[in-house]
Design a protein around this ligand. Structure first.
Ligand code: BMA
Length: 334
């Protein structure tokens, strides 16, 4: 299949990258990862908490170690900008069946921290949900059927149900290639999930031709649930773009607004990327350049929305925008 090329993309003028970017990079982590990225972030018990992904390898000779070495790290912060990285990883999972867990997303529900995560197993990719109160033990509530990934939870029950966004991988029905969309399911108890419906398809996003999936867990505004998503475009003419011998994709972050009572309804969506790879730490020197992968979003009392994202699959960054501007570009479709 020939993908329509997307061409140059730029970030929205309403978003500002933090001058301290990258907020976290491998040299800040005392146990030797080569990539530190795709974090979940929440405000929890009076602090900012971040759970981030560590992958291993050697940036100098551009080799990565087997995925089995992936683990999750932990950091705390008083301001969401300067992070105190804990001395050891907080979780990893590798056994006869499970290869690794990665890409955590944090949502506080009823005062407890809920973590969604991706799980590579020997029999497919699964999406997991766990509850943790101390970031030492993770009480797993459910693991999806394969293949599913990129789950995020809404911060409160809607119509009495937990709601999650997710990205299954329907290969055969979508032409045997990547063409993955964003779905939604609900649950009475975090264990049994159903009422699944399609939320956002690749075709609806002008800056995607490959896949779209959930970003950070949604935040509540008076106009609806504000939520980021990742949008991917593939251009087969791209070649080496990072440590990998060949990397033909680009990941951008989009933004949309979902109905407060029925989040399966999209109230508005910006037709342009919110964040497209432009800064040096997004476009060069990484494992996979031109990747922006949002995983944490915090609405501050001032109206500032902090958006945490993995850049180039190698470092963790922050950008922010005013909540009214974000709502406006969704409603105007700007
Ligand atoms: C996705 C996930 C992310 C990663 C992205 C770009 O499919 O694996 O963890 O950031 O690819 O490599």
């Amino acid at each position: 299949m020939n993908e329509q090329r997307i061409g140059t993309l730029v970030s929205s003028p309403i978003i500002r990258r933090h001058p301290a970017n990258p907020l976290l990079e491998p040299k800040n982590v005392p146990y030797g990862p080569a990539m530190v990225f795709n974090a979940g972030v929440a405000k929890y018990e009076g602090k900012y908490v971040m759970v981030f992904r560590n992958d291993y390898g050697n940036a100098e000779n551009e080799t990565i170690e087997p995925h089995a070495t992936t683990n999750l790290g932990l950091a705390y912060s008083d301001d969401g900008i300067r992070w105190d990285v804990q001395p050891a990883p907080c979780w990893s999972w590798n056994d006869e069946e499970v290869v690794r867990v990665y890409d955590p997303r944090l949502t506080v529900i009823d005062g407890k921290c809920h973590m969604c995560f991706a799980v590579d197993t020997k029999h497919g990719l699964r999406g997991g949900i766990a509850i943790t109160e101390d970031f030492k033990t993770f009480d797993i509530q459910s693991l999806s059927l394969p293949d599913n990934r990129n789950m995020v939870l809404f911060p409160e029950r809607i119509g009495g149900k937990y709601v999650r966004l997710e990205r299954p991988f329907p290969v055969y029905s979508r032409g045997g290639i990547d063409r993955f969309d964003m779905w939604m399911s609900d649950s009475p108890d975090l264990r049994y999930w159903g009422n699944s419906s399609l939320l956002l398809s690749v075709e609806q996003v002008p800056f995607a031709n490959d896949k779209v999936g959930p970003g950070a867990p949604p935040v509540k505004t008076s106009h609806g649930w504000l939520t980021t998503f990742h949008a991917v475009d593939l251009d087969r003419s791209r070649g080496k773009n990072g440590w990998e011998p060949s990397w033909k994709k680009r990941y951008t972050a989009g933004i949309m607004l979902l109905d407060l009572e029925d989040p399966s309804k999209i109230v508005g969506m910006s037709r342009k990327p919110l964040l497209a790879p432009e800064a040096a730490y997004e476009t060069s020197g990484g494992f996979r350049n031109d990747v922006i992968f949002p995983g944490g979003m915090i609405l501050e009392p001032s109206g500032e929305v902090k958006i945490y994202y993995g850049a180039a699959d190698t470092v963790e960054c922050l950008a922010s925008a005013d909540v009214n501007d974000l709502v406006r570009i969704c409603l105007e479709g700007e």
